[in-house]
Design a protein around this ligand. Structure first.
Ligand code: AMP
Ligand code: MG
Ligand code: MG
Length: 312
């Protein structure tokens, strides 16, 4: 049965299971007490912990084993044959709920060579290290011919203050199929709310926010968590006038947003390309909205001289 299921659906089903397993590994590292923090050295607040490394090995080694013809790009680099990957980290189970869904016609015959899976094994590492655990997500995004069409956002510590033993939650989406694992909500109509970075603000990030004149700004860690904020109707837009986010930060969140009719572009309103050979940084910033918001009208409110700071 499983082998007859279209590749795209099997990939999404595998990603759903794997994101949960990665979340368990992230929690085990935290329980162990030694986060093994390394500064990645590519800017301020750019950390890597043992949880990032281990979750990456679990996801990438499993995907490579199950889908050898698909390109997998993970934030923490490739997994080599010499890397130690415990056997119980190679997870080949496919999520039954996703597998039972109807694959949209346009993806039934997708060539594996046209697919890139972008993996952020732990998004919100600074917040993880600071104990702001509900900001943490595991992101696995599926791009076909350069377009993000779906993916998984797993939130291992969802609601952990109320339910300390909770397994978290796993949200998935595919354009043409819809979403699962949560109930999307509409943002309020009586005020305008923007979500943005808490650790990576600078003068340009602040100027873009000022130009948009929000009633409220929600500062949370991680691209995954910020898009969750949009999907749950707690904010209207996610705005980040900075080149700090990478393709693995935005592929899965953009896939889920698009599955619900939302948009994620650069601050000029142009879509990013997620093909295998692109540069990793989203060098023209991030501007995301749910389908309840006029994306282009909001982008028009950002002054040209600020946009010009982010040339292509
Ligand atoms: P934030 O919104 O600051 O939580 O960032 C979202 C994602 O982009 C996280 O994975 C961050 O690590 C990454 N990111 C954003 N800005 C930077 C930066 N200046 N240097 C390194 N990573 C960044
Ligand atoms: Mg990230
Ligand atoms: Mg990360």
């Amino acid at each position: 049965m499983a082998q007859q299921t279209p590749l795209v659906l099997r990939l999404l089903a595998s990603s759903t299971t794997l994101a949960g397993k990665a979340g368990k590994i992230i929690k085990d590292v935290m329980k162990g007490g030694d986060l093994g923090i390394i500064e990645k050295g590519s800017g301020k607040n750019d950390l890597q912990t043992e949880a990032d490394r281990s979750a990456q090995r679990c996801i990438v080694a499993s995907l490579v084993k199950l889908f050898p013809d698909v390109t997998i790009i993970g934030e923490e680099g490739p997994v080599h044959e010499t890397d130690e990957v415990p056997s119980d980290w190679i997870v080949t189970d496919l999520d039954a709920g996703v597998l039972a869904s109807d694959c949209p016609d346009e993806y039934v015959e997708t060539d594996p060579k046209d697919i890139v899976v972008w993996v952020d094994p732990l998004d919100g590492t600074s917040e993880y290290a600071q104990g702001l655990l509900d900001h943490v997500t595991v992101l696995i995004g599926l791009a076909i011919k350069g377009k993000p069409v779906g993916g998984v956002i797993h939130q291992p510590y969802h609601n952990y203050k109320v339910e300390p033993d909770s397994k978290g939650r796993t949200l998935w989406g595919l354009v043409g199929l819809g979403v699962g694992g949560f109930i999307p909500k509409t943002p309020p109509t009586n005020k305008f709310i923007i979500t943005t970075t808490r650790m990576h603000a600078d003068e340009l990030v602040d100027r873009a926010l000022e130009a948009l004149k929000p009633d409220e700004i929600i500062r949370v860690g991680g691209a995954g968590h910020k898009v969750l904020t949009l999907l749950e109707g707690k904010a209207h837009a996610y705005v980040f006038a900075s080149k700090g986010c990478k393709k693995w930060d935005t592929c899965a969140p953009e896939g889920l947003l698009r599955a619900l009719g939302g948009k994620l572009t650069d601050i000029h309103g142009r879509e990013y390309d997620y093909s295998a050979d692109v540069e990793y940084p989203n060098a023209q910033g991030v501007f995301a909205t749910s389908r309840h918001v006029d994306h282009d009208a909001l982008i028009n409110r950002i002054p040209k001289e600020l946009k010009d700071k982010f040339p292509r």
